[in-house]
Design a binder for this molecule. Structure first.
Ligand code: KG4
Ligand code: ZN
Length: 370
């Protein structure tokens, strides 16, 4: 069965065709990065307008690349939470119109849960690397699993009993990890989107990730929540000086990022990245240590997803943790780490099989409680 997935929760308009929840037949993503670059962040009103313009061409291209017609589609899945309300509304409206006119089921999908499904997909997204039939694909990861989502809007740990049965164990209490990377990149004078640029700079020859000691938020001894705002402020002070401690610049700071030497900028990027990833690894280790008490069974696999799982240091560290803990690791390929609609269509298939379909009252939910 083919499912058409739609994703418009933030600044990417995406559509994908996925067969039986696993084999990606097409995955098209129209990014709005260029539109938001001058604001160093996503402007909601600009994002919604760009979704309106992109949604139909993106759907047409996804169908074309899949070699499918609208009437071949058996259901429409759409990310309906969480996200920017105006952006979500565009994808949801398109999905409702399609489901109603085709007479097929409509499925509302949680975007954050879908990130944990991305690593289970295979097919030809977006390069024609692996064209497999659903029957030849490996099964679901052993359960219960520990899930880690690290994205621009979310940083959460989950107890994953199945793709559609997830309990959140902890989450960031302030910035998401990707948001912290993006803001850190701005503080260092790197262009938007900051995360990948900071990753690249931190990986450049000679970068010393111990050059600067940044704080890691532990919170209470058994907390599985995370916090990145102190780390971000520490970087701001390291770059500009602490306000009130010396000569005053225009905003009370001593220096600007333009005064950083290339070596110091590189070392600060590497040190920030090391501290941010260590903060995630600390909570991951805590969650693994406590997993059996929380789940009533030992952890059987580690499932990860979200834009920051594209980060080179995090990928290496997750692989190391998986080997040390003897756990299978589900880590999406780069193109499926960031926002895409294949993960929405994939998880949509599982929800459909469980009978969890929506009706035309499906509404955007900006925040997530699960
Ligand atoms: O999952 P995603 O596409 O959107 C949300 O659901 O939020 O994640 C986007 C985030 C951005 O903050 C971006 O800077 C970050 O993922 N990101 C990275 C890397 N690639 C993307 N952060 C650090 N290193 C990377 N290589
Ligand atoms: Zn996302």
């Amino acid at each position: 069965m083919l499912i058409l997935g739609l994703e418009s929760s933030c600044d990417e308009t995406a559509a994908a065709v996925v067969e039986c929840g696993r084999a990606v037949r097409s995955s098209v993503v129209a990014s709005q990065h260029a539109l938001h670059e001058e604001y160093a962040g996503v402007v909601p009103e600009i994002a919604s307008r760009a979704h309106v313009e992109a949604v139909l061409p993106v759907i047409r291209r996804a169908l074309h690349e899949a070699g499918a017609r609208l009437h071949d589609v058996g259901a429409i899945a759409v990310g309906h939470r969480p996200g920017l309300v105006g952006s979500l509304l565009i994808g949801i409206s398109a999905a409702k119109a399609l489901a109603w006119s085709l007479g097929v089921p409509l499925i509302g999908v949680d975007h954050v849960h879908a990130h944990l499904y991305a690593g289970l997909l295979a097919g030809r997204a977006p390069s024609a690397a692996r064209a497999e039939s659903p029957a030849s694909l490996p099964g679901a990861p052993p359960a219960p699993a520990l899930g880690l989502v690290v994205s621009g809007g979310h940083t959460s740990l989950y107890l994953v009993r199945s793709a559609i049965d997830l309990t959140r164990l902890g989450a960031t209490i302030d910035d998401a990890l990707g948001e912290a990377f993006d803001k850190a990149a701005t503080i260092l004078g790197l262009p938007h989107p900051g995360g990948p640029n900071l990753d690249r700079l931190a990986a450049s020859p000679g970068a010393d990730d111990r050059a600067h000691r940044f704080p890691i938020a532990r919170l209470s001894p058994d907390s599985l929540d995370l916090s990145f705002s102190g780390l971000k402020t520490a970087l701001l002070y390291a770059v500009r000086g602490q306000p009130g401690r010396g000569e005053h610049g225009p905003q009370g700071y001593e220096r600007t990022e333009a005064e950083l030497s290339p070596e110091r900028r590189r070392d600060l990027a590497a040190s920030f990245q090391r501290a941010a990833i260590d903060a995630v690894l600390l909570k991951l280790a805590r969650a693994l240590d406590r997993f059996e008490d929380l789940a009533g069974a030992p952890c059987a696999s580690l499932v990860t997803g979200g834009g920051v799982t594209a980060n080179s240091l995090l990928r290496r560290e997750l692989a190391r943790v998986a080997v040390e803990r003897r756990l299978p690791l589900i880590l999406p390929p780069h193109e499926l780490c960031v926002d895409n609609a294949a993960m929405i269509a994939g998880l949509g298939y599982e929800l459909l099989r469980a009978g969890r379909v929506a009706d035309l009252s499906l509404a955007p939910v900006p925040t997530t409680a699960c």
